[in-house]
Design a protein around this ligand. Sequence first.
Ligand SMILES: Cc1ncc(COP(=O)(O)O)c(C=O)c1O
Length: 395
Amino acid sequence: MSVMKPGSRAGRIARRMSEIEPFHVMELLARARELEAQGRSIVHMEIGEPDFPTPEPVVRAGMRALEKGEVFYTPALGLPQLREAIAGFYRTRYGVEVPPSRIVVTTGSSAALMLTCAALVDPGDEVLLADPGYPANRHFVRVMEGVPRAMPVTAADHYQLAPAHLERGWSARTAAAIVASPSNPTGTLVPTEHLSAMAEFASDRGGALIVDEIYHGLVYEGDYTTALAFSENTFVINSFSKYFHMTGWRLGWLVAPQRYVREIDKLAQNLYLAPPTLAQHAALAAFEPETLAILEKCVREFRARRDYLVPELRKLGFEIPVMPQGAFYVYAGCAKLTRDSFAFARDLLEQAGVAITPGIDFGTNAPERHVRFAYTNSIERLKDGIARIARFLGR
Ligand SMILES: Cc1ncc(COP(=O)(O)O)c(C=O)c1O
């Protein structure tokens, strides 16, 4: 039997943990799965990952790598040939030259965000974030003992940080601002001129702009390019998860200013040694024309789903003041239908069998008046979902 010594810290939980929140949608998803196990049919409109399988050529490349015994660590910065391939993708897709030496392959873009925050944020440093926004970002900042500064954004800002937010929110303690374009949960883009102005603003103050481009490729209207096109001081995050349909392979990347790469290399070595080897070999096939043709077909399908869903939701009384230009989300105001989006999402699941995400997952800017719909489901299922919501609302 172990005896606890006086002053022992066994069982202690670090103070910061009280500020790390769960994803509420995971609890809804668990309940949805429970209902399905009981035989209920559920229309899933809460899941933030493509419903399409990983493209065949990528799967085949992964299987070949496994057969060849590619099961050992790679360099912490990633397989050199994959870093080259990503540089080639920037060249062909955006016409932008990025030296492979600036590209860091990571365990999903989650690790890219974590490495970036670890490299930039000192205890007490502030990081500006859009609210609503991707919830993990404030937790990455908090884990580094930084202070996330959520800036409320509205439909008038296209739910994105703009140069005016940086002018208002930037202080002597600000280390960085993070934007995601297109955004989760709103699907809206940051206009290119805002991106370049914010990159310059941050750089002039010795800080950094971090641009999460994870939903690039999934853009249905509007001009956009990578932030790498106009700034060498920006940290650009991307991933094989969304456009490439490889969520479970856990692979992403980061393009960092050259002087940070050695620092990030040290961090990656220590924090996780290397990104997953099999996934990296598989991803070498991700930029092949055959794969891109499959992916572009799916982009057309996502666009058709968006074009179906947005007008239907508006007819039901959801407010969608700006058309989401990308990703696979619709961020909808539900104030005309409920005062409590969390209870609304719960009742919709229990009574109508439709799973959606309540606003609470995305920040503290009127979350009770918003919900997020994900169109990661077929048009037939979305139609079923709309019919169920209409019945639930007594239409
Ligand atoms: C905006 C945004 N950034 C980053 C991520 C992390 O994705 P992954 O780690 O799979 O690349 C997500 C996942 O949903 C996201 O929505």
